[in-house]
Design a protein around this ligand. Structure first.
Ligand SMILES: NC(=O)C1=CN([C@@H]2O[C@H](COP(=O)(O)OP(=O)(O)OC[C@H]3O[C@@H](n4cnc5c(N)ncnc54)[C@H](O)[C@@H]3O)[C@@H](O)[C@H]2O)[C@@H](O)CC1
Ligand SMILES: Nc1ncnc2c1ncn2[C@@H]1O[C@H](COP(=O)(O)OP(=O)(O)O)[C@@H](O)[C@H]1O
Ligand SMILES: [K+]
Length: 494
């Protein structure tokens, strides 16, 4: 599981790029005569970070035949200029720009052809390994000699810094979990932005290096972007002086059945802690542990819903069982904002949604909705979230570590959150948080973005206090202080 301490700062407004998007960005940079400058910048920044984090001892730099190797030659030159002892082992350089960078390094420090023997000798003498063998140009499977070199690097037990991607990790999809075929990096210095593989695989610490690329170019080519606390802060609803419970959002929670009564209660807690003015629960079961601040109604027949006043938002499906589909159809016909979660995530509802629906599947539910395997979802969560959004409409939150959001126009990812949140009921809390924000007037994409972030920030607060022993109700209770801090904070302390 990904450790909290290894997550990049949630404030990082970084972008995410696939290998193809990096190629397009590179072509764009080349047209503007900026590519060489960018490579120079990349290598200089990598050297700067290595020198700051690991200030002593020799560096063994491993350069592949492409641009990842080119960055490595630049980094080696800058490390040399910083007074570091650098030894470079390189494959044949096939990339023109990389070749130029290689020539600029010649005579400054030793550059030899990479062989297994030299690698083993170099590893035995070095303190830090700079892994610049393969980046976004890697096309699996690995060639034989690389598998062997990776094994040697991993067995050496040295500090490993990977340039852009750990060699052997696919850029665009989650790694398959097998450590043997990729470099186990202590730190990966991702250039320009994250690559999907870095977000969805176990890769140690990741730091994104800004290379001074014009922001408009980054935005044009990016696959997805990370949610920032600043944008969530701007989205949070503010109450007017004369606010009353009826104006702060009335949320209905429809869920539960005999034997499954906890889930809707957790949703009600989530909604209340996210500022809902009034929360009413409707269930065919008694809900013994619902928050006393909510109104719980046991109903015999879902037809009773027809007589109720329309709420500002609904969260539906938590513990609801097989009644979910007919109940969802009825509620969707009201055209009020709805969160569809858990048992309501059924393929029968394809085509029944509308723009103000937020679908919140975890990977198992997403697989059910798309009729594919869970592994297909977790291999490429961005593609899965986009496919779900196209098939079902509205906004899709694909939960996980990290969670991905597909709105009609964008893919977003939330870097906050931690594995402590892998506990029963934490998703139920999330549907309440999102419903509260919908009820307060946010659009479906806004409520999904702000809700996922608030829930994750609450999870991080709960983890800081309780570690892996945190439970879902702790997350619900931490939503209030997470919101409050965000609401009050100046941009300096975000
Ligand atoms: N805009 C950016 O982000 C920039 C990216 N840059 C660098 O450019 C890199 C991408 O460069 P390239 O496209 O040249 O690709 P790479 O340098 O990642 O790899 C290309 C080389 O790897 C070999 N290769 C591919 N698959 C292999 C396999 N299965 N087994 C063994 N060898 C294999 C290819 O034959 C080729 O020689 C990025 O990772 C980054 O380091 C930098 O140059 C600066 C600008
Ligand atoms: N490793 C993790 N990192 C970050 N968030 C996580 C992690 N594991 C779980 N979560 C979050 O916890 C919640 C779990 O939801 P879900 O699987 O629906 O749980 P449940 O069905 O028990 O309510 C999601 O919001 C998910 O993003
Ligand atoms: K690399």
């Amino acid at each position: 599981m990904r450790e909290t301490s290894q997550l990049p700062a949630p404030g990082s407004g970084a972008f995410v790029f696939t290998a193809q998007e990096i190629r397009e960005l590179d072509a764009d940079l080349a047209r503007r005569d900026l590519l060489e400058l960018t490579m120079e910048h990349a290598g200089a920044r990598v050297a700067e970070v290595i020198h700051a984090r690991f200030p002593t001892g020799p560096v063994l730099a491993l350069a592949g035949g492409g641009a990842n190797g080119g960055d490595t030659f630049v980094a080696a030159r800058h490390l040399h200029a910083l007074g570091r002892e650098v030894y470079v082992l390189a494959q044949g350089t096939r990339h023109e720009l990389a070749g130029r960078m290689r020539r600029r390094l010649e005579g400054l420090c030793p550059i030899e052809l990479l062989t297994e023997e030299r690698l083993c000798a170099g590893l035995s003498k070095t303190r830090v390994v700079l892994d610049g063998l393969l980046g976004t140009g890697f096309v699996p499977p690995l060639r034989e000699e690389l598998t062997q070199w990776i094994r040697r690097i991993n067995e050496a037990g040295k500090t490993v810094v990977s340039l852009d991607l750990p060699t052997g990790l696919p850029s665009d999809t989650a790694g398959d979990g097998s450590d043997a075929e990729r470099v186990r990096a202590d730190l990966t210095l991702a250039l320009v932005g994250f690559k999907p593989g870095l977000l969805f695989s176990e890769v140690g610490e990741v730091q994104v290096l800004d290379l001074g690329v014009p922001p408009a170019l980054l935005e044009r080519h990016a696959h997805a972007s990370c949610i920032t606390p600043e944008e969530v802060r701007a989205l949070l609803p503010r109450r007017v002086r004369g606010a009353h419970k009826g104006t702060a959002g009335r949320v209905y929670v429809l869920g539960g059945r005999p034997g499954y009564t906890g889930a809707p209660s957790l949703t009600a807690y989530g909604a209340l802690r996210a500022g809902s003015g009034l929360v009413a629960l409707y269930s065919r079961a008694e809900l013994p542990r619902h928050p006393v601040e909510s109104m719980a109604h046991r109903i015999e027949d879902w037809n009773a819903l027809t007589a109720l006043p329309r709420p500002d938002a609904v969260a539906l499906g938590m513990g609801l069982g097989e009644d979910s589909v007919p109940v969802a159809r009825r509620v969707l016909s009201w055209k009020v904002p709805v969160v569809l979660d858990a048992d309501a995530l059924q393929s029968e509802l394809r085509g029944a949604g509308h723009d103000a629906v937020v679908w919140t599947p975890h990977p198992g539910e997403a697989a059910r909705l798309l009729g594919i395997g869970t592994g297909d979802i977790t291999r490429d969560p961005f593609a899965a979230a986009r496919a779900l959004q196209l098939a079902y409409g509205g906004t899709v939150v694909l939960k996980g570590g990290p969670s991905v959001i597909a709105t009609p126009g964008a893919l977003r990812v939330c870097l906050a959150g931690n594995p402590g949140m892998a506990t029963g009921g934490s998703g139920d809390v999330l549907s309440g948080v999102i419903a509260a924000l919908l009820g307060a007037g946010l659009s479906a994409p806004e409520a999904a973005i702000a809700g996922v972030y608030l829930h994750a920030a609450a999870g991080d607060r709960a983890y800081a206090r309780l570690g892996y022993g945190l439970i879902a109700s702790d997350i619900a209770h931490e939503v209030a202080p997470a919101w409050h801090v965000l609401h009050q904070a100046s941009s300096e302390i975000l």
